[in-house]
Design a protein around this ligand. Structure first.
Ligand SMILES: C[C@](O)(C(=O)O)[C@H](CC(=O)O)C(=O)O
Length: 287
């Protein structure tokens, strides 16, 4: 089922953040129907840096291609600002689509962007963003590749201006709206009331960010169609990694940490080593 078809169902789509083949494989095994390739998660893990526009379109495209080679689920990919103007955004559309993206999320910040939950953001004019969305729609090979328009206006121009921008982005051809960082339960509630089912809405849950955290059931009830949990996996893994390395440094051995990690077979089971080797052998005429 395409992402577009899935969004016609009433049940909210929960897309966890991923950033490589391993996280995608594990998330897919956990039973999710779609994944979110988070720019923040790529910046955090590959660069060890904040989400402030440092990652390139090539790094994101490579990551998308690796994920597509590993799993079959629809992947929503973070395209940040499109990595420049409308022409850059078209190139990003072509790259991501070829790498296997099912949806691109593009935002109206100036370049270099910053995480929507950091302060001091700035925006391009709404008309320029509308042009970027139209340019991306023009560049896509398949109308099944969705354009998710994000506005960061709440923090910069206020709540009503964000709604105005979002309306303009739907006019320009956005398939889904992502109003970034509502600051209260009221704002979170008012967004679906305003759009009243006219366009699917995405909610973004960032642990410790500007928006009160809600679960998928509550967000579905409010009227959201998609919820992403983009950076949760990195926050979980970074905590474990810190504890793991300090335990190894202190103890000179992984024995005290053994019940918190896979052993050799455990990890191989997780990533399907046996099955893969068997496929390889079958092509070598050994079985
Ligand atoms: C959605 C987001 O753009 C991302 O890169 O995943 C980030 C999330 C985060 O920083 O945790 C965002 O700007 O909200």
């Amino acid at each position: 089922m395409s992402l577009r078809e899935r969004l016609q169902q009433n049940e909210i789509l929960v897309a966890p953040g991923v950033y490589d083949g391993l996280t995608s494989a594990i998330a897919s095994e956990a039973g999710f129907e779609a994944l979110y390739l988070s720019g923040a998660a790529v910046a955090y893990t590959r660069l060890g840096r904040p989400d402030i526009g440092l990652t390139s379109v090539s790094e994101m495209t490579d990551t998308m291609a690796l994920i597509r080679d590993r799993i079959d689920l629809p992947v929503i990919v973070d395209a940040d600002t499109g990595f420049g103007n409308a022409l850059n955004a078209q190139r990003t559309m072509r790259f991501y689509e070829r790498a296997g993206a099912s949806a691109l999320q593009v935002e109206d910040q100036t370049f270099p962007k910053r995480c929507g939950h950091l302060s001091d953001k700035s925006l391009i004019p709404a008309s320029e963003m509308a042009g970027k969305i139209a340019a991306m729609a023009d560049a896509r090979k398949s109308s099944e590749t969705l354009i998710i328009a994000r506005t960061d206006a709440i923090a910069v121009e206020g709540f009503n201006a964000a709604l105005d921008r979002a309306n303009a982005y739907v006019e320009a051809g956005a398939d889904v709206l992502f109003i970034e960082a509502p600051r209260s339960g009221d704002e979170l509630r008012e967004i679906p009331q305003h759009f009243n089912g006219r366009v699917p809405l995405l909610a973004n849950m960032v642990e410790g960010g500007a928006t009160p955290l809600k679960g998928a059931v509550d967000l579905e009830e409010l009227g959201y169609s998609i919820v992403i949990f983009p950076g949760g996996i990195v926050r979980a893994l970074a905590k474990t990694a810190g504890e793991y390395y300090s335990s190894l440094k202190t103890n000179g051995s992984n024995r005290p940490f053994a019940d918190r990690m896979f052993d050799f077979d455990g990890l191989n089971d997780r990533i399907g080593t046996k099955e893969m080797l068997a496929i390889g052998q079958s092509f070598e005429g050994k079985k």
